[in-house]
Design a protein around this ligand. Structure first.
Ligand code: UFG
Length: 328
């Protein structure tokens, strides 16, 4: 099958491309505007097209040339705090860009769409762990943009039979075990890579954004899921669409929550560095606790995680950062 991966040069996208490429079953085309992605993160044998999902003419050229049957869409803006400061750019890229991508898919008759959605849909959840069909009520623009796309997809299915799977990632982290691809954002905003900058000698200490949340140690609790496990769920989602021709949505997490302090402790164990930490005020848009139930993905997709130890996950990220002190 011909598969286009929008955002395939990014952090999660490049891990997906690697796993799909290893399978050797599909023809892969990566589309990326390289605003945050890196061509060094994708195998040379994979076709690369530079382009932005907001650029309809460029998308038209790429689709006319490759006519992909399935599209994975991982090319969104992803920072919760930034989305609170600049909501319009989030709506422009995440909603308007996705609409353009869907219009071109409709024009060229692409059948399947696999969407990178998010735990941020659930806002302040009513219960933990969060089930895939629990109520969605985002508390930040980032989550709103992802929810808007999930709703758009429902109507595309009704109107012209586009079959889709929404994958709500909880906190993607870690790196491929080989250590040659990993998380490299500029500027970095995610907890694990920021914590690892301390033992890497790039910063003196890490900041903890709020220790007065209603959690055991007062710091935010998140569900950290390894990026290679996320990649395998994407592959199973495409198999699912091919087998059932039914749209669906799944949560992807580990079922375990770790506080910011627990993550810093894991990094201390893995790196052997004391990693000083300082408490700062809360960051805008942060819910106290987000932990997934992935039972539906396990039952319906047959998803099994390879990584359940937070130390092992942090160790894979640490290996990438040690091998790439300057990033890609
Ligand atoms: N945090 C700190 N210090 C830092 C960085 C982060 O205390 O220097 C805290 C944050 O306040 C938050 C937690 O660590 O409580 C995790 O923050 P991240 O920025 O690593 O991740 P988020 O939970 O904000 O968001 C990530 C993705 C989103 C996705 C979400 C799903 O960026 O795209 O996980 O849970 F929606």
């Amino acid at each position: 099958m011909k598969i286009l991966i929008a955002g395939g040069a990014g952090y999660i996208g490049s891990h997906l491309v690697r796993e799909l490429h290893k399978l050797g079953k599909h023809e892969i085309i990566v589309l990326d505007n390289l605003s945050t992605g890196h061509t060094a993160a994708i195998p040379q044998a994979v076709t690369f097209e530079q382009g932005d999902i907001r650029d309809k003419q460029r998308l038209d050229e790429v689709f006319a040339k490759h006519k992909p049957v399935a599209v994975y869409h991982l090319s969104a803006s992803i920072e919760v705090a930034q989305s609170c400061v600049d909501p319009l750019s989030y709506y422009e890229n995440n909603v308007s860009g996705t609409v353009t991508l869907l219009q071109i898919m409709q024009k060229y008759g692409s059948k399947y769409f696999i969407f990178s959605s998010t735990a941020a849909l659930f806002g302040m959840p009513d219960r933990i762990p969060i089930e895939a069909d629990d109520t969605t009520k985002p508390v930040n623009p980032y989550g709103e943009t992802k929810l808007a796309v999930e709703k758009i997809l429902h109507w595309c299915d009704q109107a012209f039979g586009l079959k889709y799977v929404c994958l709500r990632y909880f906190n993607a982290c870690g790196a491929d075990e080989a250590g040659d691809i990993g998380e490299d954002h500029t500027p970095e905003s995610h907890l694990i890579p920021l914590v690892l900058q301390v033992p890497a000698g790039k910063r003196e200490k890490v900041f903890i954004f709020g220790d007065d949340y209603d959690t055991e140690d007062g710091t935010c609790v998140r569900d950290y899921v390894h990026v290679t496990d996320l990649a395998s769920a994407h592959i199973q989602a495409l198999d699912y669409l091919g087998e059932t021709n039914e749209s669906n949505r799944f949560n992807l997490g580990s079922g375990h929550g770790y506080s910011v302090k627990q993550i810093i402790d894991a990094a201390r164990r893995v790196t052997g560095h004391p990693i000083p930490a300082e408490i700062k005020p809360r960051r805008a848009g942060d819910p106290a606790t987000l932990v997934a139930s992935s039972t539906k993905a396990e039952k319906v997709l047959g998803w099994k995680r390879k990584y359940d130890s937070i130390d092992k996950i942090v160790a894979t990220a640490w290996k990438f950062h040690q091998l790439h002190p300057k990033g890609f």
